[in-house]
Design a protein around this ligand. Structure first.
Ligand SMILES: Nc1nc2c(ncn2[C@@H]2O[C@H](COP(=O)(O)OP(=O)(O)OP(=O)(O)O)[C@@H](O)[C@H]2O)c(=O)[nH]1
Ligand SMILES: [Mg+2]
Length: 474
């Protein structure tokens, strides 16, 4: 741990691109002296000293000969800073050449100061090592930066306020209660044991397992919120899959032609529905073919079908119930995740006189085929109904009650504890009377595992892995 406190680190904290403003951050004991070497405060007042938490205007030195930039800088004395150390932030023009030349200038001071470039996530790692934040908060910072939807953002922000830590602390309190119940029995004779604790211990264990299950569900929700819901458009060739894909995305993304077998690769696009990211995938039409390229495309479609959350299965003939069922079976689709779409309503249900879609003709068909949504990709008829069906499936998959952002690492620890406790609850070999020491030990290990989530206990390797996922400057 010592090494973290000895050297100063520097990084550009704004994105790796040109922009209006660029920010450079330095953290470490010598931050202020480093700033004073590269920044000349210009002030009408006589005082030239840089004071803590006072934004100063001045000239910034670069590594380019004779080039100075006008900039603002602030020095914040620790420990009330993000990293807990002295921190400097410099706000200059957001040109990457300029920012890099300032960094080079700062690093060139390494003969005078212990200064080096920050590793990914190192500012957050120092904040954690200096007890400014716990591990759930550190991880949520990275998750906030990467959140793509409002829900994912909201949940990550809640963890910076300690939502997950609180859940974990509550479970730890319950486990500690059990430990106390068991430890108290160490004083008693075998006959008294039944009376003292077993029922209560089991009750608390059941309660904890319930809470851990809720947290595991939180992980499933997190995955959906972060990666979105995957929707594949599948069906025979030429039924209008690509046309539908383009209309759903409101973008001419996939090629549409009247030639059967136009689409080969999977074409992807995304949109937000009810705050959830929907990844729509257009696929190669299913048919028997000798064309080797098309065959590869159909292979990709078949692989994709197995992994997506929702399939929009498109037909362009008003088939009977049995025929639709047969086609779904042939395509090996699970009916639960399939929305059947009959496309080309503009020609299939055209009124003889006006040539327009005849709602009565559609009603006659859908009365018998209630699960089929009739649409026309050409006129956008029925498209809202498709969107509503997708939204209904989202509601099934994303329950917004009891949501907490859980990442994979945290979920694995939760799973580990749940498995351990379930073994205690269901284990036939262990008896409360004879194996109190073993049970107590299992509870202690469970508490330690939960501590690994909040970071109360952790190893250098785990820390290295967590923070290496961060971007430089965070
Ligand atoms: N009249 C009418 N024609 C449509 C409709 N949707 C698609 N088409 C036409 O049907 C033909 C095939 O459309 P695509 O969207 O390329 O069909 P696909 O299912 O992607 O075809 P493949 O990629 O070859 O499997 C094109 O000529 C489209 O203009 C529709 O709703 N009404
Ligand atoms: Mg296509």
């Amino acid at each position: 741990m010592e090494r973290y406190f000895k050297d100063n680190i520097v990084a550009i904290v704004t994105p790796n691109a040109n922009g209006p403003i660029g920010i450079i951050r330095i953290s470490g004991q010598e931050s202020k002296q480093i700033l004073e070497k590269i920044f000349i405060k210009r002030s009408k007042k006589t005082t030239k000293n840089i004071k803590s938490r006072q934004l100063c205007f001045g000239l910034l030195t670069t590594s380019i000969h004779d080039v100075f930039d006008e900039a603002l800088a602030v020095y914040m004395k620790g420990p009330d800073t993000f990293t807990g150390e002295d921190v400097v932030e410099i706000f200059c023009h957001g040109n990457l050449c300029l920012l890099n030349s300032v960094i080079r200038k700062i690093l060139s001071l390494k003969t005078e100061f212990k200064i080096r470039a920050a590793e990914p996530g190192e500012f957050s790692k120092r904040a954690y090592l200096n007890d400014k934040i716990d591990l759930t908060k550190a991880e949520s910072i990275c998750e906030i930066i990467n959140a793509e939807t409002e829900d994912a953002l909201m949940l990550s922000i809640q963890n910076t306020h300690g939502k997950l830590r609180l859940y974990i602390e509550e479970i730890k309190v319950l486990l500690t209660e059990i430990l106390a119940q068991i430890e108290v029995t160490f004083e008693f004779s075998e006959e008294d044991l039944q009376v003292i604790g077993e029922a209560k211990v089991k009750d608390i264990l059941i309660k904890i397992v319930d809470r851990l299950t809720t947290l595991e569900q939180g992980y499933e929700q997190t995955v959906i919120l972060e990666r979105g819901i995957n929707v594949a458009i599948v069906g025979d060739v030429n039924v209008g899959k690509s046309s539908l894909f383009n209309e759903i995305l409101l973008e001419e993304k996939a090629i549409v032609t009247d030639a059967a077998g136009t689409t080969r690769d999977i074409v992807e696009g995304s949109l937000l529905l009810d705050g959830v990211k929907i990844n729509v995938k257009d696929t190669a039409g299913l048919r028997c073919t000798d064309n080797p390229i098309e065959k590869i495309g159909i292979g990709k479609t078949n692989d994709l079908i197995k992994t997506v959350d929702i399939v929009l299965f498109v037909i362009d003939e008003p088939f009977s119930c049995e025929k639709v069922k047969q086609k779904i079976e042939e395509a090996m689709l699970s009916i639960d995740k399939t929305i059947i779409i009959l496309n080309k309503a503009d020609i299939l249900f055209a009124d003889a006189d006006s040539g327009l879609i005849d709602p009565l003709a559609i009603k006659a068909y859908t009365d018998a085929m209630s699960d089929v949504v009739v649409v026309s990709a050409r006129t956008r008829f029925g498209l809202n109904e498709v969107i509503n069906k997708i939204k209904a499936q989202i509601r099934d998959k994303v329950s917004r009650t009891c949501m907490v952002h859980i990442n994979q690492r945290q979920c694995l620890k939760i799973f580990e504890v749940k498995e351990r406790l379930l073994k205690l609850l269901n284990g036939t070999q262990l008896s409360f009377e004879c194996d109190r020491e073993i049970i107590a030990e299992e509870i202690r290990i469970s508490i330690d595992t939960l501590d690994e989530i909040t970071g109360a206990i952790t190893s250098d390797d785990v820390l290295g892995e967590i923070f290496s996922k961060f971007c430089v400057g965070k």
